[in-house]
Design a protein around this ligand. Structure first.
Ligand SMILES: Cc1cc2nc3c(=O)[nH]c(=O)nc-3n(C[C@H](O)[C@H](O)[C@H](O)COP(=O)(O)OP(=O)(O)OC[C@H]3O[C@@H](n4cnc5c(N)ncnc54)[C@H](O)[C@@H]3O)c2cc1C
Length: 386
């Protein structure tokens, strides 16, 4: 077991750190305040640096690195804001991974290279108005009609919705209830019968698009089927890597919040001395560091073991669940260290707190992650319906 980054990884981390400070720090607060999406030219910049598809195979335009390198890059960008890290997240650990792991050669050739070039984004549509945590209740139906699937239904809270060019949509391929009837279909923006709902006004993660996907007799070529009926487990195992990305968003935010709190505690004076002289502040900083470092180790373990494949589900689950809780606690303490100023939009910690909260909802809530964890620990499955 080696806890050191190698020289190449150190260089990657530094390169992304410097990029984040130079290109994204000056812009992030403005995009967030206006709720603006990141301009596409930044995608080209990230692509030129090889950060999009960092862990996709070179034959599809990626860099052929492991999930761990992608995680290092996401962490550095998320220190500034989740918005800045989103394209690197999506192009490495998002639904592209479903295509890369389970797609046909034609699908990989068609969808992966444009993602690596920064010309295309792929999002994921699982959640529905009546199927959130109970995902296997999803009702979006795809019926084969000749060479096409006819899709009807509605997806909710799709991150990237409206902006992304293609969507990995979880659909019901037969009347079979539960997980058995579910598969995954790639649906391109612009396909007749596919429209978007209004952009959501979320509490945090502002600037990252989010909306409903609406399918009304939408005809999708049958060769766009990536995951067949009965292979729902495949969708979920690929999603375990996305969960590591989710955890890394939390880690980056928490690291950023720690840096803000430390700097503030060193310069803010009350009672004639810097507030870092007070033990209450020291304990909060220590508690922050303890949590951030523990999350980092869980994430690094899960993604190092994933290598170029997918993580061990239990390791991904532990990393996400811990990091989701950690970021809520850490940003809360960082805000408290700032006193009243932390509650003001003039300082970034209030945004970090709002952004951090969302990751414990996205990708499966903390409660659902704990149910899964209990299942692993006890060696039993717990049917939530009975
Ligand atoms: C920022 C953000 C980004 C998202 N991005 C995407 C995306 O890109 N694509 C996508 O498809 N979806 C996305 N989602 C949706 C997300 O996956 C769902 O919100 C989540 O799975 C929870 O579903 P729900 O909101 O319907 O809550 P519900 O399932 O209605 O849950 C409500 C509450 O009940 C709890 N609960 C539910 N069942 C149980 C149980 N059995 N035991 C104990 N507690 C339970 C939950 O933990 C929660 O606290 C996103 C959500 C957010 C907030």
């Amino acid at each position: 077991m080696d806890f050191q980054l190698n020289e190449e990884q150190k260089m990657l981390k530094k390169m992304v750190h410097d990029l984040a400070e130079k290109e994204f720090r000056p812009k992030a607060a403005e995009w967030e305040a206006k709720g603006e999406h990141m301009p596409r030219k930044y995608l080209t910049m990230l692509a030129d640096l090889g950060l999009l598809g960092l862990c996709l195979p070179t034959k599809y335009g990626g860099q052929g690195k492991t999930a761990f390198e992608a995680i290092l890059a996401i962490e550095e960008l998320a220190r500034i804001s989740s918005l800045c890290a989103a394209p690197v997240f999506e192009s490495n650990v998002g639904p592209v991974k479903v295509v890369e792991q389970f797609g046909t050669e034609e699908q990989k050739q068609k969808y992966l290279p444009p993602v690596c070039r920064g010309e295309s984004l792929i999002s994921i549509g699982m959640t529905e108005p009546e199927a959130g945590s109970a995902l296997t209740d999803l009702a979006t139906r795809a019926v084969l009609d000749g060479d096409h699937y006819v899709v009807n239904g509605q997806k909710r809270f799709c991150t990237g919705g409206g902006e992304s060019d293609a969507y990995m949509v979880y659909v019901r391929l037969s009347e079979q209830k539960g997980a058995k009837g579910i598969g995954g279909l790639l649906i391109e923006k612009g396909t007749p019968g596919f429209s978007f709902g209004k952009q959501e006004q979320l509490m945090g993660l502002r600037g990252i698009p989010s909306c409903d996907l609406i399918f009304d007799n939408c005809r999708v070529p049958k060769e766009n089927l990536v995951v067949r009926e009965g292979e729902f487990r495949k969708l979920m195992t690929a999603f375990d890597l996305e969960r590591c990305g989710n955890a890394t968003m939390c880690l980056g935010i928490a690291q950023g919040a720690f840096e803000e709190a430390r700097a503030y505690a060193l310069q803010r004076k009350q009672w004639g001395k810097e507030i870092c002289e007070f033990q209450a502040i020291q304990f909060m900083l220590a508690d922050i560091a303890l949590r951030v470092e523990a999350a980092r180790l869980l994430i690094y373990r899960a993604t190092t073991n994933a290598a170029t494949g997918l993580p061990v589900p239990l390791e991904a689950n532990l990393a996400k669940c811990f990091a989701n809780q950690m970021v809520r606690e850490v940003t809360g303490m960082a805000l408290q260290i700032h006193g009243g100023y932390g509650y003001s939009k003039d300082y970034p910690v209030e945004r970090m707190m709002r952004d951090g909260w969302g990751w414990g909802l996205a990708g499966g809530t903390i409660e659902i992650q704990k149910i899964t964890l209990a299942s692993f620990l006890l060696g039993r499955r717990f049917d939530q319906r009975r």
